[in-house]
Design a protein around this ligand. Structure first.
Ligand SMILES: Cc1cc2nc3c(=O)[nH]c(=O)nc-3n(C[C@H](O)[C@H](O)[C@H](O)COP(=O)(O)O)c2cc1C
Length: 394
């Protein structure tokens, strides 16, 4: 059996000279990552996604990360009620851009691994090696019922995902047919061509092609449990952490990054640490803070936030009222969008530089309205990050 544990540095924007990679997170979903009722909230439409991807590509951003979400969270806006499926979304965007990496997010229990392996390779060929895989095991119980698929108990989800990924990697690398006889998956006579972009067996020109099995898409995961983290460290190139706690403490972040990298080395692997955040950047601090309060707190879709908390069995019936109120507020302001970068271009750039100096390799950002707000971020924050040495000039 061939194993495949490398992604090639030259294949994607994720390996460029930017010390801090910057991506956009959640644009394939209605409302994106802001649980807000403001009328300018994100549409999530294909037309807007396409414009956004081209804008990000032109501006030199590094990646686009979608969310695989199958059911909205309710509330007045049915937060994330309309979502573009991520592999097809990524394929369309890869065909329409030229340098940015585009991730697709796959729920291992919902996708047949041989079909997924081929869909991923197809997207990878469309993008000339720019596809990235976010492998997830499932977060929200209610979503699985509609597929007629029973969600496994938490840790078994990762056992299944391991086998699933082993089968996918084998399909990406194995010359000829193979059988896969696992605990969960029994696959007979698997044949999968082409191999990922840049592999020799399917290159019209063999110049620069790699032997089969020596190139594959970048893989990420964001498991937060011990077993989820161990899965990421064993299998992935990029590990996303969502915690906001000590985001602005250089030492706190640096030691967290060092700890994750050390743990990966125990598995004999190198891993890069990424995180997520939301940006509200305006010419003055006051303007930024006023809009943040207006969009994220005063006009929060509290019904949707209550729905998310209920998913985690957090309700006014299960915890005391003041604790519930604090949880709701924390969810609205931090947990959903990630750490809020709110302020002037100087402040946002300084805060991003701080996480970069701590060793965080990249961040997936969201905006209330990505298309309206990204130009200002690109014009004002990106040059400051170049000046600070966190990014190279595009
Ligand atoms: C940046 C990021 C992206 C994620 N994307 C998805 C997603 O698209 N779909 C999904 O079901 N879960 C997604 N998750 C959830 C994680 O894969 C994971 O299930 C969650 O953090 C809980 O960790 P655990 O599975 O180890 O308990 C994401 C988490 C983060 C932080």
């Amino acid at each position: 059996m061939m194993t495949l544990d490398v992604t090639t540095p030259e294949r994607a924007a994720m390996y460029n000279g930017n010390r801090l990679k910057i991506g956009l997170f959640g644009a394939n979903c209605s409302s994106g990552r802001a649980v807000t009722m403001v009328p300018e909230r994100w549409s999530g439409s294909w037309a807007d996604n396409l414009k956004l991807a081209r804008m990000a590509d032109d501006a030199g951003l590094d990646f686009l990360l979608p969310i695989a979400r199958w059911k909205g969270y309710g509330g007045d806006t049915d937060y994330q009620g309309a979502t573009l499926e991520t592999l097809t979304w990524a394929s369309g965007l890869l065909a329409s851009t030229s340098r940015i990496t585009v991730f697709g997010t796959v729920h291992a229990p919902l996708f047949n691994p041989v079909i997924a392996a081929k869909e991923i390779v197809t997207a990878d060929h469309i993008g000339g090696g720019r596809f990235g895989l976010n492998l997830v095991v499932g977060w929200n119980e209610g979503e699985f019922e509609m597929f007629g698929v029973e969600q496994r108990e938490h840790d078994a989800r990762y056992d299944f995902a391991q086998e699933w990924l082993d089968a996918v990697k084998q399909a990406w690398s194995e010359p000829g047919d193979f059988d896969f006889d696992g605990r969960f998956l029994q696959l007979k006579g698997v044949r999968a061509y082409p191999k990922p972009y840049g592999a020799k067996s399917y290159c019209a020109k063999s110049d620069g092609a790699k032997p089969d099995g020596e190139t594959r898409p970048i893989i990420m995961n964001a498991g937060s449990s011990d077993i989820g983290q161990a899965f990421a460290l064993r299998n992935c190139d990029a590990f996303f952490v969502a915690t906001a706690g000590s985001r602005m403490s250089l030492e706190g972040n640096a030691s967290k990054v060092a700890e994750i990298k050390r743990a990966a080395r125990d598995f004999g692997r190198e891993i890069e640490v990424y995180t997520v955040g939301q940006v509200i950047c305006r010419p003055s601090q006051q303007e930024a803070e006023d809009y943040y309060r207006h969009a994220i707190i005063e006009n929060a879709d509290w019904g949707a936030i209550d729905g998310m908390l209920a998913n985690k069995s957090i309700t006014p019936q299960t915890i005391p009222p003041d604790e519930y109120a604090a949880k709701r507020r924390y969810f609205a302001t931090n947990a959903i969008g990630g750490y809020p970068f709110v302020g002037t271009p100087d402040r946002v750039a300084d805060e991003l530089d701080c996480i970069s100096k701590a060793g965080v390799r990249g961040i997936a950002l969201s905006f209330v309205n990505y298309l309206d707000e990204l130009p200002y971020f690109c014009d004002e924050v990106l040059p400051r990050l170049v000046w600070l040495g966190a990014r190279v000039k595009h």
